[in-house]
Design a protein around this ligand. Structure first.
Ligand code: NAD
Length: 431
């Protein structure tokens, strides 16, 4: 099939590359010249496991093309995927200006019937509005479909190739048939297709992210109660996760959720609730607990060292909002590092993927190290903020020898408290 993908970020580039890998002809459009330049040379502009090789091999086989020419891309394609960002406005609502702009551009470029697939996360009712915009700008026939994306950064290629489900929001049988054909290679083992009306498809994405975020804030709230009462959240987690109705996933206490999706999608769902007079009380609490989790972590540090941290050196392990990505949007590390700097601390950092992005955020306010151990030289404490694999089983004796005082604040509950205390560390975890 001939497809164009508009927006080559985490979603668009992964979707486009995976469709190309299945033998489709894919044209990816972006309006960022720097990004396009890299992509044309087979370089992925962000860190995402397995994506680099796939982009290179599909470029070589001429199934994948990158351009800034949306007219050409639309005219060559039967299906147009909208994958641009939907960041948040100041009032929490989703900023739809990228999506509406692209819709207008698609409409003006159309040269015949097109299926326009809306993959960006947008509030319920958006596709209806987009349909009007397209109609105002073209006389050619088209069908608009909502096809929300559920991939996770850090595992995006695998998630796209082996999805739990493919949601197709439309009531048009011919569009359903075409999209089923396109996605069939990813749905071979069992039927992954869920067909529904367009509004329900839009809402499903928000409901899914809201539920997952709720699980995280839920376990964090219990972690805090465990901390105050002397129970151990890790044991409680195992105790509840063994119930098949509850399950094991997304029940890890820590510094809370970040990234470009959960925080903004929760805000947007809360705003939709306000707009429709149906307040989302649970989500308001989910957001509150999440923000508070970072403050509690900083409090642990000032409880130990006092409010004035001048002269103290803190080693930071992990900066990205989660492992296996370089994305630092809404990462807990940002708030925690800023909190330490405000109190006069010296901060030395290391992250396996996010050092370049971190240097754009913090410039010369913090030190950037080449390895996890380098951050520890003369440090008063180490803070584990992102659970990258390479931090999971460090040489604790070596750590102790390098640090001024052997103190660990574990924001992701990765280490064994008893073992560390036996080795002479002072160890603080969540819950
Ligand atoms: P992103 O910011 O990484 O990428 C968006 C891309 O769109 C950028 O490369 C930007 O240059 C490009 N763009 C913006 N305006 C354009 C225009 N007029 N023409 C061409 N290109 C344009 O965003 P993302 O993380 O890929 O997310 C895209 C959407 O998918 C969002 O709505 C997001 O909520 C949703 N989503 C994201 C994820 C994720 O894990 N990142 C998962 C599921 C859904």
């Amino acid at each position: 099939m001939k497809i164009c993908i508009i927006g080559t970020g985490y979603v668009g580039l992964v979707a486009g590359t995976c469709f190309a890998d299945m033998g489709n002809d894919v044209i990816c459009v972006d309006n960022n010249p720097e990004k396009l330049n890299m992509l044309k040379n087979g370089i992925v502009p962000f860190y995402e496991p397995a994506l680099d090789d796939l982009v290179k091999s599909n470029l070589k086989k001429n199934r994948l093309e990158f351009t800034d020419d949306i007219n050409y891309a639309v005219q060559e394609s039967e299906i147009c995927f909208i994958c641009v960002g939907t960041p948040q406005n100041n009032d929490g609502s989703a900023d739809l200006h990228y999506v509406t702009e692209v819709c207008e551009q698609i409409a003006k470029a159309m040269n015949g019937y097109k299926i326009i697939v809306q993959k960006s996360t947008v509030p319920v009712g958006t596709s209806e509005k987009l349909e009007k915009i397209i109609k105002q700008n073209t006389s050619y026939p088209f069908e608009i479909v909502s096809n929300p994306e559920f991939l996770r950064q850090g595992n995006a290629v695998n998630d796209f190739i082996c999805p739990d489900r493919v949601i197709i929001g439309t009531e048009c049988d011919s569009a359903i048939k075409v999209l089923k054909e396109l996605y069939l290679p990813f749905s071979r083992t069992d039927d992954k297709f869920i067909i529904m009306d367009i509004k329900s498809a839009e809402m499903t994405k928000y409901a899914a992210n809201s539920f997952l975020a709720t699980k995280i804030s839920f376990i964090n709230e219990f972690a805090n109660l465990c901390e105050e009462t002397g129970a151990d959240i890790e044991k409680v987690r195992i105790g509840i996760a063994s119930d098949s109705r509850i399950g094991t996933q997304f029940l890890y206490s820590g510094l809370g959720f970040g990234g470009s999706c959960f925080p903004k999608d929760i805000k947007s769902a809360i705003k939709t609730g306000i707009d429709y007079g149906c307040e989302m009380e649970i989500l308001k609490s989910v957001e509150f607990v999440n923000i508070n989790q970072r403050k509690r972590f900083l409090n642990k540090i000032t409880n130990k060292f006092g409010e004035d941290l001048s002269g103290k050196i803190f080693a930071i392990w992990g900066l990205s909002f989660k492992p296996k990505t370089d994305d630092m949007r809404e990462a807990p590390s940002i708030e925690i590092i800023n909190g330490l700097l405000e109190k006069g601390a010296v901060v030395k950092t290391y992250d396996p993927g996010a050092m370049k992005i971190a240097s754009k955020i913090f410039s010369n306010k913090i030190a950037y190290c080449d390895s996890s151990y380098q951050t520890l030289e003369n440090a008063d404490a180490v803070l584990l903020l992102t659970e990258w694999n390479e931090f999971k089983n460090p040489d604790f004796e070596k750590m102790k020898a390098l640090m001024k005082t052997p103190i660990i604040f574990d924001g992701r509950n990765q280490y064994d408290k008893h073992l560390l205390e036996k080795l002479g560390f002072e160890y603080f975890k969540i819950g």
